[in-house]
Design a protein around this ligand. Structure first.
Ligand code: NDP
Length: 337
């Protein structure tokens, strides 16, 4: 089996030499075990945190560990009473083409599912993140303005579309004209602003004439600086991710803006709340899948995947996520059937 392991810890942006391909003989499942073949591997920003030594909400990986990650796999051999050969399962095999499992943490998908990779995107963890973060923390009301960055990505694209379904004005922020065009014309947001543009702050303000009621935070950094003055009294800020900071090796250059932030939270009586999707909302996955399944089926929520072909492409594709090279939910097709 082929696996990609953590070879060294990144300092700043991850580089190809932080990863190493390891080949070992295919393992034999013992009684109570399964042999899985990975079809799709999800690449997600949180993996950057797991490559670092600093303890976060999850334990860091050790050097030599197989890179972690969500997967859709086919059961090749089953010596487990609950699974049959040919079953399609959602699991957490990581960056490898085959894996042994004792069934822990696996959930069965429809074995004839037409597009199994969606279980890693709009119908999986990122879609769930958008759904809970926006609806449970953001609590958008019809007529309000909802802003989300990384708006063409796995989470952001879903946030803005749900906001539209709830009758809000939906404003995206994305990197580049092509992503912004897609977000408005294909996803149906009301506006999308390029955060790399020279007039970003002014354009964002112009796109939010009534201020911002919900800011779904995916990014942090300069994007948040532009958002802060536009937030309205009683604004809600679900803090989902801060990808602009994930490769940072030091605090940003001054001035210190903590006082400005806290002053805004106080005077505008804002609610700023972080969440870790499965820790906080694991028990609501069923509700999400039912609702999102209907929306996707009905064409009310659209999605876009960015599929890299082959396990060896995973490091390159992952590294690109931190400069916006991906356009849509990033997935690796590890094997085709
Ligand atoms: P995306 O598919 O949106 O890919 C990441 C995107 O982030 C890039 O394409 C790029 O888009 C944008 N980006 C990267 N660096 C910067 C930067 N410095 N400034 C501005 N934008 C940047 O990823 P996901 O949808 O999977 O994740 C989005 C966020 O949600 C991440 O912060 C992630 O950590 C978080 N998350 C949190 C979860 C939780 O439980 N709290 C669960 C899942 C995700 P562009 O080119 O448009 O700038």
């Amino acid at each position: 089996q082929r696996a990609i392991v953590l070879n060294s810890r990144p300092v700043g942006a991850p580089t190809p030499d932080n990863f190493r391909l390891r080949e070992t003989p295919l393992p034999e499942p013992a009684d109570g075990e399964l042999l899985l073949r990975t079809l799709y591997l999800s690449l997600d920003p949180y993996m950057r945190g797991r490559m670092s030594e600093a303890k976060s909400y999850a334990e860091p990986m050790a050097i030599g560990d197989v890179m972690v990650g969500g997967t859709v796999s086919r059961v090749l051999v089953s010596r487990h009473p609950d699974f049959k050969e040919g079953d399609l399962v959602l699991g957490f095999s990581g960056w490898r083409d085959h894996a042994l499992s004792d069934g822990t943490g696996l959930s069965k998908l429809d074995r004839n599912m037409q597009a199994p990779s969606l279980a890693l995107g709009v119908l999986g963890m990122p879609g769930f993140t958008a759904y809970m973060g926006l609806l449970d923390i953001g609590k958008p009301e019809a007529g309000e303005t909802v802003v989300v960055a990384a708006a063409s990505g796995a989470v952001g694209s879903v946030v803005g579309q749900i906001a539209k379904l709830k009758g809000c004005r939906s404003v995206g922020i994305a990197g580049g004209a092509e992503k912004c065009r897609y977000v408005v014309e294909e996803l149906g947001f009301d506006a999308c602003i390029d955060h790399r543009g020279a007039d970003f702050d002014a354009e964002l303000a112009a796109a939010c004439p009534d201020g911002i009621d919900v800011y779904f935070e995916n990014v942090g950094g300069a994007v948040f600086d532009a958002v802060l003055p536009l937030l309205n009294t009683s604004a809600r800020v679900p803090v989902c991710g801060l990808i602009a900071n994930y490769n940072a090796t030091e605090l940003p250059a001054g001035p210190d803006r903590l006082g400005l932030l806290m002053g805004n939270i106080l005077s505008k009586r804002m609610r700023v709340q972080g969440f870790i999707i499965f820790d906080d909302y694991g028990d609501r996955y069923g509700e999400f899948i039912e609702q999102m399944g209907q929306w996707v089926q009905a064409g009310k929520i659209k999605f876009r995947e960015d599929i890299a072909d082959g396990l060896d492409q995973a490091p390159r594709a992952f590294i690109g996520m931190f400069n916006g090279s991906n356009f849509g939910k990033l997935v690796v097709r590890v094997a085709s059937e």
